[in-house]
Each structure stands twice: as C-alpha cells, then as structure tokens.
Write a protein that binds this ligand. Structure first.
Ligand SMILES: *[C@@H]1O[C@H](CO)[C@@H](O)[C@H](O)[C@H]1NC(C)=O
Ligand SMILES: *[C@@H]1O[C@H](CO)[C@@H](O)[C@H](O)[C@H]1NC(C)=O
Ligand SMILES: *[C@@H]1O[C@H](CO)[C@@H](O)[C@H](O)[C@H]1NC(C)=O
Ligand SMILES: *[C@@H]1O[C@H](CO)[C@@H](O)[C@H](O)[C@H]1NC(C)=O
Ligand SMILES: *[C@@H]1O[C@H](CO)[C@@H](O)[C@H](O)[C@H]1NC(C)=O
Ligand SMILES: *[C@@H]1O[C@H](CO)[C@@H](O)[C@H](O)[C@H]1NC(C)=O
Ligand SMILES: *[C@@H]1O[C@H](CO)[C@@H](O)[C@H](O)[C@H]1NC(C)=O
Ligand SMILES: *[C@@H]1O[C@H](CO)[C@@H](O)[C@H](O)[C@H]1NC(C)=O
Ligand SMILES: *[C@@H]1O[C@H](CO)[C@@H](O)[C@H](O)[C@H]1NC(C)=O
Ligand SMILES: *[C@@H]1O[C@H](CO)[C@@H](O)[C@H](O)[C@H]1NC(C)=O
Length: 583
C-alpha cells in the first residue's frame, strides 16, 4: 500500500480504494479455506490430528498451534489443509505427496525454506487449486507447481528467481501474489506466464524490477508493480493487456524518457493509474480515455499543458499534489475537457495564485500548502459545483481576498482557510457553508455582517487567533442557528463570550485568559455537552456553580490547568475530568 504520510491520509480518506475490484470471486484469500462453523466446537472426526480441528471429513485445520513438525498420518482423502501460523521449517515429501486430493494448502506464516519444500511432491497433488506460502523463508520459487492451481501466494519470502513452471502452463490460474520478494527482471523468465492465459491479478509490488516485464499475461485485470526500481516501460509491454483496469506503478523511478505516447494508449479499460512518487517531469502522453483515477502526485511536474489531459474524458479524480506546479505553468485549457472531474488535489505545489480554468464540475478542491497570496473576483467564478475547498496554509491576507470571490459557490459546505494571515473573516461567505475553519490566522475581530446568513453552519474553528471579548461585536453569533461546535481556544478571551447560539453543543475555550465564569455564562446554550476551560486563569471563587446548574446535557467540563482546582458538579455527573493544577 501507499506510504501514509499526513497528507496522503487525506487522499486515502477520499479515494474509493477497491471500488474497481468488486465481484472478483477468486481474490479473497480467506474464501479459499472453509472456516470451521462458528460457535459450536468442531466435531471430532476420526483421524483428526491431535489439537487440530476437523470440521468436516476432508478438512483439517491445524492453524496457529505452534507446530514444529508436519502432522503425521493425515487421511489421504483430505481436501483442505490449514497449517498457517506455525513453526514449520519443512514439509516431508512422503506425507505431502500422499495427499493427492488436496485442493487447498495453507502454509502462510511459517519458517519454510526452499530446501524444506519438496517440489517433486507437488507432482502428485493433481487437484491443488489454492496454495498459500506467504511469509516463509523461501529463496527459490518452486520449480514446478500443479497445473490445476487457481491462486498462488508466495508473497513476503526472499525469492529472486521464478521458473517457467512456477506460474506457467496453468490454464486456470487467476491470481499470483509475489509482493515483497527480491525478483529482478533477470529472475523473471520470458515464458513465466506461458500457458497461463487466465491470470487476471498479478501482484509484484516491492521487488527489484527495473522495467515493466514484457511477457505479462494478456487477460490481466489488476497489475501491481509499485515500489520496485522501474525506470522504463519497454515498447509493447502493455500493448495487448487491453483488459487492464488497475495499474499501480507508484514509488518507482519512472522518467518521461522511460515512456512514450503509446505506452498506455492501448489500455482501453484502464480505470486506475497510479504513477505517484516517480520522477516524471510531464504528464505522460497518450493516456487512455477511460481512466477514472489518475495519480501523479509526488513527481516533478511543473507545467500542465493544454492537450495532455484532454483525452482522459472519464477522469473523476486527478491527484497532482507534491509537484512543483505554478499557476503560470497551468494552461487555462488544461482541465477544460474534463467534464467528470470532481476531485482535484493540488496541495503541496508552488501555486502563487488559484490556477486558471479550474474544472467546472469540481466538487472537492485541495489547494492547501501552496503560496497563494490572493483570491480574485474570477478565480472561483465558474466552479459552481464546489462543495469542499481547502486553502489552508497559503499566504492569504484579508485585503487580498476579493469581497465577492465566493459569490458563485452556492453549494460550498466546507471552507478551510486556516494557517493564513487573515485578520478578518472573509466577506460574502456562501450561506450553504457547514464547516468554516479559520484557525491559525491573525483574526482580531468578529462582527455579525461577516457571519450573516450562515444559518446552516455547524462548525466554526477560530482557534489560535487574537480574539478578545472587546473585539467580538454584539450580535456576532445571532444568525448561526445551526452552530454545534465553536472552537475559540488559544485566543485572548477574558470571559465566556455572551449570547452564544442555542444550538451549541461543543465549546472550546482552553488556553485563553478567562478569569471568571458568571452565573449567566451558559444561559443561551441549554444544549451544551462539552465545555473545555483548560489552562485559563480561573480561581475557584470566580466560577459560579449556577452557570452549570441547568445544563442537562453537559457531559464534559475540563477545568484542568487553572491556577486553582475547580469543582463543577454536573447534573449528568458522567464524565467530569478531575481537577488538577499546573497541567
Ligand atoms: C496438544 O496440546 C497440548 C497442550 O497445549 C500439548 O501439551 C501437546 O503436546 C499437543 N500435542 C501435539 C501432538 O502437538
Ligand atoms: C501413524 O500411525 C501409525 C499406525 O497407526 C503409528 O504407528 C505412527 O506412530 C503414527 N505416526 C504419527 C506421526 O502419528
Ligand atoms: C538479479 O538478481 C540476481 C539474483 O539476486 C543477481 O545475481 C543479478 O545480478 C541481478 N541482476 C541484475 C541485473 O541486477
Ligand atoms: C512462450 O510464449 C512466447 C510468446 O507466445 C513464445 O514465443 C515462446 O516460445 C513460449 N515459450 C515456451 C517455452 O513455451
Ligand atoms: C533511477 O534511474 C536512474 C537512471 O534513469 C538511475 O541513475 C538511478 O540510480 C535510479 N534510481 C533508483 C533508486 O533506482
Ligand atoms: C530522476 O531522474 C534523474 C535523471 O534520470 C536522475 O538523475 C535522478 O537520480 C532521478 N531521481 C530520483 C529521485 O530517482
Ligand atoms: C484541509 O487540509 C488540512 C491539512 O491537511 C487538513 O488538516 C484539514 O482537515 C482540511 N480541512 C478540511 C475542512 O477538511
Ligand atoms: C444574506 O441573505 C439575504 C437574503 O437571501 C441577501 O439579500 C443578502 O445579500 C445576504 N447577505 C450576504 C452578506 O450574503
Ligand atoms: C475573582 O475572585 C476574587 C477573590 O474571590 C475577587 O477579588 C475578584 O474580584 C474576582 N474577579 C472577578 C473578575 O470576578
Ligand atoms: C472537589 O470535589 C472532590 C470530590 O467531590 C472533593 O474531595 C474536593 O475536596 C473538592 N475540592 C474543592 C476545592 O472543593
């Protein structure tokens, strides 16, 4: 999987990983081994090895028993044998070769070495369909595996070489799991998949390939080659794999010189292409039209020319974070044909302003961590569908945000402007807003005109600003009929702001300078559930018990870190955080 950095979490959260992969019956490893019926203890079948369970005559489950030796005297008729999570080092030829009716052999997570795996024994296993040998100590792949196999899992061993009959000549083979091994291109023979034309899933991530192999099965549907050392895709390597839907090439060493305009062009069914964390300086040419998710994050792209993306008409997610894009380098027509594009990630680039020609249907736009210093009248004039806009950690000053900049965003629900240099709440915020994040700015006043019409706002984040009670105008909160969360922590408040909205449930006031809680402090907020008053300047005598007396939903009051311990008795008395000083 992807390495999960803080920013990648954002991506992971928003991508429908696996949405391409449904209805693919053979791929769930856990399906292959029948599980004992839950609840009732497995019935003891005669001939069941001691300590194992045998839910049916032909099924023997000896998983997780700390076994050091292969169980002896197994009935020759068994079909499913589970030995995963044991300490086995070797499989005896005589025992294994007797099990000629075996269909499933699960040896996942043992210590089996290549010397301990008698390849010849497999010649008698003429019914074997599923073999799981992941997480063992194999250094050489089995030279021969039965032609009846449907799934082979050799992941997480130390394999550097594959033989022609390891995966080849198996007409029913569907899935090959080879990730986390040491295979380079020399170790993968040209005929590795000859006679195995049904392979649809090939997982070769985390190996030592330096180019995309040229002998890939033609019916392949899912190809994972991420985290190798791939620097090129030879001509023709992907020219007959027209069924391919999911191609992972992230975390390799691909440059534009290693690709050409025909590299991907035959992949008519490709829906997910991940080229992130490579060494590309341009969007590759000849991308096929049906890609839905294109990940080009963490490369060295500094421009987006007009034509490169225009053929990819089905694109819904375009991920360009972690490049060196400037707004000047983004051609105004670069996104113009992308009518289905709804998610555009441009964070961690070098954008000095909002790029021109944003896709018209974009719903989620991530522009955080750039150098955007202004928002003009027309920047968001055509993005009517925008629901989520993240502009945090840029260089925005209040004076450089046009007062009508957001006027067209009638569907905007989430706006994040945290980590800028704003001194005022921006004007003309859309009345559809539900979450407004303005924390870590320089806000020093709040007034009702700027929050007017935000009647469905649920969360207002104002932490880490310079707000004082005297700079919050009367009536500031009056239109916020839907506000449930108000974060005013890390400001300069000297008491609880008055007239907070009735809908409020969570109020964060920690790290202010609050010296007194008056009896009427929460009179307007009968529904409040959580109040944090940590690290203020409260003395016990200045906290009115009456302030809390009628708050019947109050569950948490945090008063730690004040100069004196403060005791507040809750009607609910559920989760009061005990008082401590000096924390
Ligand atoms: C079965 O389990 C018991 C208790 O864990 C152990 O003492 C015994 O040696 C096991 N028998 C075999 C054949 O592994
Ligand atoms: C297998 O069965 C034979 C005869 O029942 C017995 O002598 C032998 O000890 C058994 N071997 C093991 C490993 O259980
Ligand atoms: C490929 O791997 C084998 C076995 O580890 C090694 O001997 C060989 O030098 C490697 N070839 C290349 C081109 O790296
Ligand atoms: C494997 O297939 C390739 C391409 O179809 C063919 O050229 C080659 O002779 C085959 N090799 C074997 C050993 O069957
Ligand atoms: C990446 O490829 C370049 C040549 O294209 C090579 O010099 C470099 O060593 C490769 N880096 C890795 C990590 O494979
Ligand atoms: C990117 O490619 C250049 C030129 O091929 C190479 O010198 C450089 O080492 C590569 N960078 C990485 C991070 O692999
Ligand atoms: C905007 O991006 C920042 C930085 O990753 C993230 O912490 C924040 O949750 C995002 N804002 C919203 C409202 O999702
Ligand atoms: C608030 O809404 C009213 C009525 O919809 C509208 O006339 C007014 O311009 C809005 N005010 C702001 C600041 O958007
Ligand atoms: C806080 O309490 C002290 C001592 O009880 C009192 O002198 C002071 O006036 C109070 N401060 C406020 C702001 O009510
Ligand atoms: C706070 O309450 C606890 C438990 O009810 C009590 O032991 C303690 O003395 C009280 N502290 C003050 C300062 O009233």
């Amino acid at each position: 999987m992807l390495r999960i950095g803080r920013l990648l979490l954002l991506l992971l959260a928003s991508l429908p990983y696996g949405f391409l992969l449904k209805n693919h019956e053979d791929d769930d490893l856990s399906l292959a081994t029948p599980q004992p019926v839950g609840g009732t203890p497995a019935q003891k079948v005669s001939g069941c090895p001691s300590n194992c369970t045998c839910p049916a005559e032909e099924t023997v489950d000896c998983g997780g028993l700390d076994l050091h030796v292969f169980p002896g005297n197994l009935s020759a008729g068994i079909q499913h044998l589970s030995l995963q999570n044991n300490q086995l080092r070797e499989l005896p030829y005589n025992e294994l070769s007797r099990l000629s009716r075996l269909r499933t052999l699960n040896l996942h997570n043992n210590h089996i070495t290549s010397e301990g795996l008698p390849d010849e024994a497999f010649e008698s296993l003429q019914s074997l369909q599923y073999i799981y040998l992941a997480n063992n100590k194999l250094t050489v792949a089995p030279q021969f595996l039965p032609s009846t196999l449907r799934i082979v899992d050799l992941a997480a061993n130390r394999l550097s070489h594959i033989y022609p009959l390891t995966f080849g000549q198996k007409p029913g083979l569907r899935s090959v799991y080879m990730h986390n091994n040491l295979v380079n291109n020399t170790g993968l023979p040209f005929d590795a998949f000859n006679g195995s034309d049904a392979v649809t899933t090939l997982i070769f991530s985390s190996n030592r390939l330096t180019y995309v192999p040229q002998n890939l099965p033609r019916a392949i549907f899912r190809l994972h080659l991420q985290n190798n050392h791939i620097s090129r895709i030879p001509k023709g390597a992907l020219s007959s794999q027209w069924r391919l839907r999911e191609l992972y090439l992230q975390s390799n060493n691909l440059t534009n010189d290693g690709l050409d305009s025909s590299t991907f062009s035959r992949l008519k069914n490709l829906e997910y292409l991940d080229l992130s964390n490579n060494n590309l300086t341009q969007v590759p040419g000849g991308l096929p039209a049906n890609i839905v998710i294109l990940h080009l994050g963490r490369n060295h792209l500094n421009t987006l020319p007009s034509e490169r993306l225009s053929r990819v008409r089905s694109l819904q997610y375009l991920l360009l974070q972690g490049n060196t894009l400037t707004a000047t380098g983004v051609h105004p027509e670069a996104f113009s044909r992308l009518r289905s594009l709804h998610t555009l990630h441009l964070y961690n680039n070098r954008l000095e302003r909002v790029p021109p020609g944003l896709p018209r249907r974009v719903r989620s736009l991530m522009l955080l961590h750039n150098q955007i210093a202004q928002i003009g009248l027309h920047d968001f004039a055509a993005t009517y569908a925008l629901v989520e806009l993240n502009l945090s950690y840029n260089r925005l000053y209040s004076a450089h945000i046009h007062r009508l900049a957001f006027r067209k965003l009638k569907r905007l629900e989430i706006l994040d402007l945290s980590g800028n240099q704003l001194t005022l709440v921006p004007a003309g915020l859309p009345s559809s807003l539900q979450v407004l994040n303005l924390q870590k700015n320089q806000l020093n006043s709040l007034s009702p005109e700027l929050l007017v019409n935000l009647t469905v706002l649920k969360e207002l984040h104002l932490a880490h600003n310079r707000l004082r009670i005297s700079s919050i105008s009367p009536g500031t909160w009056q239109e916020l009929h839907g506000l449930k969360l108000l974060d005013l922590s890390y400001n300069e408040l000297s008491y609880v702001p008055p007239d907070l909205p009735e809908s409020l449930e969570n109020l964060y006031l920690q790290h202010n300078r609050i010296v007194v809680i008056m009896a009427e402090a929460f009179l307007t907020t009968p529904n409040i559930q959580v109040i944090t008053l940590r690290a203020n300047r409260l003395l016990a005598a200045n906290v009115s018990e009456a302030a809390f007396a009628d708050l019947k939903w109050l569950e948490v009051v945090d008063t730690t870190g004040n100069p004196e311990p403060i005791n507040i008795s809750l009607l609910q008395a559920r989760r009061w955080i005990p008082t401590q000083t000096g924390t």
